[in-house]
Design a binder for this molecule. Structure first.
Ligand SMILES: C[S@@+](CC[C@H](N)C(=O)[O-])C[C@H]1O[C@@H](n2cnc3c(N)ncnc32)[C@H](O)[C@@H]1O
Length: 397
């Protein structure tokens, strides 16, 4: 497996200016970018709490720019490089506050990125507004964007829905700021003023990349993105200007043990290929001339050689004929029709799933694709050889 990217070794951090370093990464080679750039916070004075203790705010040299123009020039350069190295199937996340996120969003759109969402990271434990002159600033904004409008980017919709107790994942994420054990300290002081919580990166990496993908962070800071990428079995690369932060990140990464491959595989997104009713007829699983029944046995139709079915004087697909019977515009015929096997009704959908299982390379079925009857069918076990009998019964006729 290739373990380098341009002149860089993967799974590594390099010290230097990301704009210069990125020039050595080939075009369209990175799957996911997470960028937490300088905020350009414009803090002029030191900040004190009411009890006169100093607030450890972001007042670092790396965050100082002389003007908005200078900040914009810098942002255009690194975002332009990010777009160049991003694969068409990739996506980028950029995080910021009200100080910079609007400028970054405009630049991204001007460069051709296609914004997919903005996520509000709601901090459950924000730092108070000590002066009491403004609202408490309790969130940061993340822009999630594809390389261009028609990009086919990675998004594990179903995984995220399961992650969120079967509810669509929303764009407001409640996550505490980095604290406690997770917060890296040197001599009792925060090692990095803006260390992001691992939870935030976990959600991003799980939802918008695949195991073995290349995750890139141009501003690694304390190495949060890379640490989570390593844990989740992704390849990673990071750049950071400050030597001390590079050292801290390297030490942090050494302690991370990747999760087992089988545990990080995105199983629920492996959707079944579409099998038409005609395939079951073709294969003889449902025979030409056989009768299909509605569950209450009130309606019957005869299967034709071309996969159509005849109901009284009507001919059509399993879907259209069932819709007609139900007096509906549309209906899923797979859920409506049954065949007789050993004097029992068997759903044609169950027969289709048996076919999938035996003739396709499907290791897992997404539970949403199955009906309860199929799940409780003892023959539907993990042992692939155990379910052949269903097809050997000569259709029970
Ligand atoms: C907001 S912090 C990133 C924090 C990081 N996400 C974390 O969780 O620790 C921005 C980082 O970018 C670095 N930086 C600033 N300008 C840079 C540049 N031109 N190239 C590379 N790194 C840079 C700073 O030293 C700082 O550590």
């Amino acid at each position: 497996m290739k373990n380098s990217l341009g002149s860089f070794e993967l799974n590594n951090i390099y010290q230097g200016d990301c704009i210069e370093l990125m020039k050595n990464i080939p075009e369209s080679s990175v799957d996911l970018i997470f960028a937490d750039p300088p905020y350009n916070l414009q803090l002029n004075n030191e900040l004190y709490r009411p009890n006169q203790t100093k607030v450890e705010a972001v007042n670092d040299e790396w965050d100082k720019f002389n003007s908005f123009e200078e900040y914009d020039e810098f942002s255009k350069k690194w975002l332009n490089e990010c777009r160049r190295i991003l694969k068409d199937t990739g996506s980028i996340w950029v995080i910021g506050t009200y100080h910079n996120i609007f400028r970054l969003g405009t630049i991204m759109q001007n460069l051709g990125f296609w914004i997919l969402n903005d996520i509000i990271w709601i901090k459950t434990n924000p730092m108070p507004n000590f002066k009491g002159t403004r609202f408490n600033n309790a969130h940061e904004t993340l822009i999630w964007a594809a390389k261009s409008k028609n990009s086919k980017y990675t998004f594990h919709y179903h995984s995220l829905k399961i992650f969120n107790d079967d509810l669509q994942m929303r764009s407001d994420w409640l996550i505490p700021i980095c604290q406690g054990e997770e917060r890296i300290k040197v001599n009792g002081k925060k090692a990095h003023s803006t260390q992001k919580p691992e939870e935030l990166l976990y959600r991003i990496i799980i939802s918008t990349s695949n195991p073995d993908d290349i995750v890139f962070d141009p501003f690694t800071g304390s190495g949060t993105t890379l640490a989570v990428a390593k844990k989740l079995g992704r390849k990673f690369l990071g750049f950071e200007k400050d030597e001390t932060y590079v050292k801290i990140s390297k030490e942090r990464l050494e302690k991370i043990k990747p999760l087992e491959k089988d545990l990080i595989e995105i199983k629920v997104e492996k959707r079944l290929p579409r099998i038409p009713f005609g395939s079951l007829v073709e294969k003889g699983i449902i025979e030409v001339g056989e009768t299909l029944y509605s569950k209450d046995l009130k309606h019957q139709a005869i299967v034709q050689a071309d996969g159509s079915i005849v109901f009284e004087k009507l001919v059509g697909s399993i879907h259209k004929v069932s819709a007609f019977i139900l007096n509906k515009e549309r209906n899923n015929g797979w859920d409506f029709w049954y065949v007789m096997r050993d004097n029992k009704l068997v759903s044609i959908n169950d027969l289709r799933l048996k076919y999938y299982r035996e003739c396709f390379d499907v290791d897992y079925f997404f539970i949403n694709d199955l009906k309860k009857s199929t799940l409780s069918d003892a023959k539907f076990s993990n042992d692939k050889n155990s379910s052949n009998e269903m097809f050997d019964t000569n259709n029970g006729k």
